[in-house]
Design a protein around this ligand. Sequence first.
Ligand code: AMX
Length: 435
Amino acid sequence: MDIIKERFKAKADAAATEIKELLKEHGSKKIGEVSLSQVYQGMRGITGLVTETSLLDAQEGIRFRGYSIPELQEKLPKAKGGSEPLPEALFYLMLIGELPTEDDANRITSILQRRSHVPNHVFAAIDALPITTHPMTMYVVGVMALQTESVFAKNYADGLSKKDYWESTFEDALTLIARLPRIAAYIYRRKYKNSEHIQPDGLLDWSGNLAHMMGYDDESFYELMRLYMTIHADHEGGNVSAHTTHLVGSALSDCYLSYAAGMNGLAGPLHGLANQEVIKWIYEMQKEIGSEEPTAEQISDYVQKTLKSGKVVPGYGHAVLRKTDPRFTAQMEFGKKHMPDDKLVNTVWKIYDTVPPILQSLGKIKNPWPNVDAHSGALLVHYGLVEYEFYTVLFAVSRALGVLASLIWDRGLAFPLERPKSVTTQSVKLWLEGK
Ligand code: AMX
């Protein structure tokens, strides 16, 4: 057995024993109360899930296995000559719960390189879709076509013992992660570059190879991809993509089925699609104003107009966070380092100065601060990646690391089918009447 798989198994067994003891002693303790409004309003603030890979603090932002984004940037192994973390290293951290050595990270990189071959029928399935299809739809179709390769599904059909579920899930997760950059890059080149595809470079790391296959062979773009893939990987368990992957996975759907389901959720404009919406919104504002460099006053007027027409300001607000998203800050630091004079990036920063007080003044928005999506597109545009409909695919490739590490843990801990209780308003009324 591979050493990483052995390490995971040892960690998962120890955690399962610990949880069993914990529940034996404290299982009946109350972790919270649920109000009727929470039931009607998106279950905000209800604790109802266990996700081991990361934890979100409303004030401080995300921590992956206890490490903040600046700490990851300092402590995780880097590519040769690079200064941003390798997302493969973050995957190891989420999976094993300990910082990887350089050897550990390289081991993941080389597993992913070895498994990256995508069977032809996946490309045929993508090619069968009209060229006008949204890239996220093509992506999910590609992932679904790849489901033919699921070891879990095959083993389950052959009669798999419960105690072995984790192992074929582990294998499926790594194989799927290995193949996603090729699928994403294929879609990009098909839709925007006349189907002139670029073969993988077997020597590059996971993110470097994605950049290369998309046609962006620039060391600082590689660095951006490594940072991008790291910061978008996980955001605890309750967000739509993570929760969906986990929920669908709880039916023992394999990694392919579960991840594809989660990515359909990521494709919604209130979740991952917000990154394309931000750039679209800025372009529309620039067009209306007739300038690439809107003033604070012009931005303010445009925000008011957006709000008056009943739309949201994309990239602002969050269901849990109550401060500027550290993922926004990490991208801002990258911008200051690599492109301090870029006009669009500067506009993003000016929007950051202008928007929060306006949203705050409305009184109803719980978080007026920017989230991860407010910044990501402008960095991509700087390198010439202007096709904003594609941005959520990059988010999806990254998100695979977190949701699939979590799915392996779900199997390692033998989590059961997820099935919360729902009510009807009629039943609520009867309950209120004491019936
Ligand atoms: N612009 C305008 N109105 C906003 C807003 C924004 N950016 N953020 C929240 N609001 C509104 C809500 O629509 C809601 O209005 P309503 O009472 O009339 O229905 C009210 O403020 C209260 O909402 P909330 O409790 O502050 O937010 P929420 O938890 O319900 O929703 C989110 C969170 C992210 C969906 C919301 O802030 C939003 O729509 N933001 C813009 C889209 C976006 O950037 N999404 C990406 C989030 C990060 C991610 O998942 N990638």
